[in-house]
Design a protein. Structure first.
Length: 212
């Protein structure tokens, strides 16, 4: 039986490949704030996370999701001491809700800008990555092009700072705002979900690991 993470990857790949060969599919599903407002196409908040611009875009997001998400789902969200008996459902809800929440700032900013469109799972993937980071802050991660392992919390800090900088610069056609929003949402969601599900204090755990 496929894990939730692998199932999400397979579904996203199928839909994205369909969009590669038939651009109308991509256009009908991508996140398009002006069309959401004009035609009440609220489904685009979700479907925009399942289509990608090209194979490189898809591969980068899905490799990132698989490398972090599998561990997060199987080892962290399945830990009943942290997320109770419904950890996998919480993980699934994190992913889908992050697709929506990560694009909300862009929705309000660009809902009257007809030419603005966006697509990709980056916001949801960022949420999963940062859920992992707050639960496993000392685990080593690699930054692209830097072959030096960094503690996850250092990686996370660099990621947030770079996302803010590139979002303000805003000239590379990448949704850095969604990356940042998804990351912050992943942190907040994980803290609240663990507290509600089992009373586990994620912040205390994070501080103990980082400063021990």
């Amino acid at each position: 039986m496929f894990s939730i993470t692998l199932s999400l990857i397979i579904i996203t790949a199928i839909i994205s490949f369909a969009g590669f060969s038939r651009p109308k599919i991509k256009e009908d599903l991508l996140f398009w704030p002006a069309e959401i407002v004009r035609r009440n196409q609220y489904y685009r908040f979700i479907t925009g996370g399942f289509v990608h611009g090209d194979l490189v875009h898809l591969a980068f997001n899905m490799i990132s999701l698989y490398s972090i998400g599998e561990f997060a789902e199987i080892r962290l969200f399945s830990n009943q001491q942290v997320f109770g008996e419904n950890g996998k459902l919480i993980y699934l809800f994190l992913y889908f809700s992050a697709i929506i929440v990560s694009v909300l700032p862009d929705y309000f900013k660009y809902r009257d800008t007809y030419v603005y469109r966006a697509l990709g799972a980056s916001g949801a993937v960022s949420a999963v990555v940062f859920a992992f980071i707050v639960l496993q802050p000392s685990m080593k991660l690699y930054l692209m092009f830097i072959p030096i392992p960094l503690p996850a919390y250092v990686f996370g800090l660099i990621y947030l700072l770079v996302s803010v900088y590139l979002s303000r610069k805003g000239n590379d056609n990448i949704g850095h705002q969604a990356h940042f929003t998804g990351a912050v949402y992943g942190i907040v969601f994980t803290i609240l979900a663990a507290r509600i599900a089992s009373g586990f204090d994620v912040v205390k755990h994070f501080m103990e690991v980082v400063f021990s």
